[in-house]
Write a protein that binds this ligand. Sequence first.
Ligand code: PLP
Length: 501
Amino acid sequence: MTRAISGYHLEGSVPLIFEKGAPGRRGYRLRERAVDELPLDELTPPEHQRQQDAPLPEVSELEAVRHFIALSRRNYGVDVGFYPLGSCTMKYNPKVNELMASLPGFAHVHPYQPEETVQGALELMYNLEKYLCEIAGLSRATLQPAAGAHGELLGLMVMKAYHESRGDHHRVEVIVPDSAHGTNPASAAMCGYKVVQVGSNERGSVDVEQLRALVGPNTAGLMLTNPNTLGLFEEDILEIAHIVHEAGGLLYYDGANANAILGRARPGDMGFDIVHFNLHKTFSTPHGGGGPGAGPIAVREDLVRFLPVPMVEKDGDRFYLDYDRPDAVGRIKAFYGNFGMLVRAYTYIRTHGPEGLRRVSERAVINANYLMRRLAGHFELPYDRHCMHEFVLSGVRQKKQGVRTLDIAKRLLDYGVHAPTIYFPLIVDEAIMIEPTETESKETLDEFVDIMLRIVREIEEDPDLVRNAPHNTPVRRLDEARAARQPNLCWCPPVEGAAGE
Ligand SMILES: *Cc1c(COP(=O)(O)O)cnc(C)c1O
């Protein structure tokens, strides 16, 4: 029997909670006195009340607990094991962040509360903005965007507002390197820009001569990440900034993964005008599963007037929300952003301090270089340079032995390790992109190397073992295309008397 759970098509019988239990089974909870003391008709008009009970399963407390624990054990997260997903910075999310975010004064605030009653929350946002500006080397920031891609869109809207304010309506092109994260060209297109691609040279850096030929009176800006998605520092960044600025364009920094530069180099000093950060990568707020993220953007002084409303301002000792911003691009998110994520990122920055953040970048880079050097003899290393927080191997050698990078990634799952990012960046054949992060111990890194080397041996001795992996996971190879195109996210109660799933 095939059954669908959460978009995955599973072979075999997986008991769902809806199929457990029996009429009359119950769990118990102490009742809280609250709005439920009001008569139901006062809370919900009778015409909106359900006429029949929902067909929910009736299960005991133990059955419910076992169900959810069983589901959680099918999941994988950084609290379970090593998660070297390049470009995604799956670092440990310190529990103190959660503790702070759950303080009632933060967790229970309402966005419509009067400003006098949320001074602490506003102060936190005000200070977080200051810290991010210091890290970016830029003037002001907004915390509103809910993701990196959302920050990119806002940053490009600011870019557009800037050019239009100068009457530069012909600046319709955004240049993006061929190594860029897919969200960069997508955001530019979403913002109505024409995307122009600039190639990389044999060292994995932006081809400066090509860039020089591409910029011109139609250039709105260049989107760049530094270190780039190959984990390599763009050594020509000052010249690149000069070329773009001289042509009248702006420089956009994709700072989703700022782990390599924290406290060491500032995008503003490199010549960038607009920056987004992913709090859910660099600043340790949890991510994955499409959960709430945060992608604040920071900008240079003359772009501040375009940032969306409201901004948190300070008047003497009092914090307030400023909506009086006639040049603002509008609003990009309801209220003030994903506030819980802001509390977590603020906590992360405060618990580390400037010295601690510098240690983060130091260790992230050392961990990545250590792994790269230990694996380099066994896999192709297309760009043999010092890497920053991540590096990219190529599985071309293994491909010649009949095993693809996808197979290696699947085999890693059998060993209880999350797979690295694969087939990205696009310019590396059979790419394996590894980002260990700073929070992993040397023992964990060594264990990962041992597993990778064991897989290399398996490819030589028993390639089918790797080609048919995974063998130990709750599900084998999923039909990802079908899961994405026909997601089946709901369970429906079986129709009485009907056969089938
Ligand atoms: C993750 C990432 C993004 C997009 O961030 P989201 O929060 O997933 O939208 C953009 N650029 C780079 C380099 C990234 O790694």
